[in-house]
Design a protein around this ligand. Structure first.
Ligand code: G3P
Ligand code: CA
Length: 273
């Protein structure tokens, strides 16, 4: 019996590739997202930051030191500076055991812009969703969200197509950032990320207007009843980061709606897909 069958409502849990197939391939590179799509991920997760000249790039940390051969804050570098860096080799040996020729150890990779990632999503010949996380939006006083919505609008992704669910959603730990997104694009679903449960959200109710809850796996492990509380309050539940088989099993048993994982292939296999 596949783990998926344990879902209380019999629904399929969405598998979201966290920073791409980032266990095998350097996070936030085009190669990582292509691999996640090939592996069958239902959706992709990415973090976005603004460069000094206002481009949205997919980088998790506030500076580039960990994931590139450069140094410095993303916000103080221009897109051309970032484009000259190598965001691939830092991970060293990362060959895919089944198709080792596809990912050379130490492959160079350019910084990924959100625009390029959106192109990948729309050029893929099956439906792939995208969960975009705004990082440190307060520093830019609304510019991250403004540019994000402008870009989504150019791709016609700022609202769901008629009669279909949205392909894009915006996530943040900041309720203010999500509010800005909804002001500019009211039909875009938003996900409120939570590291811990604060007293204000203990009953499962989230900031007004937020549809989807994004609790950490730590919350779900230590407080499994919270998933039910979120569901009862009318929220869907997307959990991060779900890599361990026991965590996948727990999430399915609790009836979560999506798991965000660095290992899409392994999680899909565990789910029997
Ligand atoms: O998907 C949500 C998760 O990515 C939030 O944490 O630090 O990995 O961005 P972080
Ligand atoms: Ca993230």
């Amino acid at each position: 019996r596949a783990v998926q069958d344990a879902h209380p409502e019999g629904r399929q849990v969405q598998v979201v590739a966290h920073r791409g197939a980032s266990e095998d391939v350097p996070e936030h590179t085009l190669a990582a997202y292509r691999k996640a799509i090939e592996e069958g991920a239902d959706a992709l997760e990415c973090d976005v930051r603004l460069t000094a000249d206002g481009a949205l790039v997919c980088v998790h940390d506030w500076r580039v030191n960990r994931t590139s051969n450069g140094r410095g804050a993303v916000s103080s570098l221009e897109l051309a500076d970032l484009a000259a860096l190598d965001f691939g080799s830092w991970k060293g040996q990362y060959a895919d055991p089944e198709t080792p020729e596809r990912f050379d150890p130490g492959e160079r990779s350019q910084v990924l812009t959100l625009q390029r990632l959106l192109e990948l999503v729309v050029e893929t010949d099956r439906r792939v969703e995208l969960a975009i996380e705004t990082k440190h939006p307060t520093r830019w006083a609304g510019q991250v969200e403004e540019r994000l919505i402008d870009l989504l609008r150019r791709f016609d992704l700022d609202r769901p197509p008629h009669g279909e669910p949205s392909r894009v959603r915006v996530m943040s730990f900041s309720s203010r950032s999500l509010r800005r997104v909804r002001m500019a694009a009211p039909a875009l679903p938003t996900v409120y990320l939570m590291q811990y449960v604060t007293p204000r959200h203990r009953d499962g109710r989230l900031p007004a207007g937020v549809g989807i809850a994004g609790p950490s796996m730590r919350i779900v492990r230590t407080n499994p009843g919270y998933v039910d509380r979120l569901h009862r309050a009318g929220h869907r539940v997307h959990v991060w980061t779900v890599d361990e088989p026991a965590d996948v099993e727990l999430c399915v048993r609790l009836g979560v709606d999506a798991v965000i994982t660095n290992r899409p292939r392994k999680v899909l296999a565990q789910l029997g897909r």
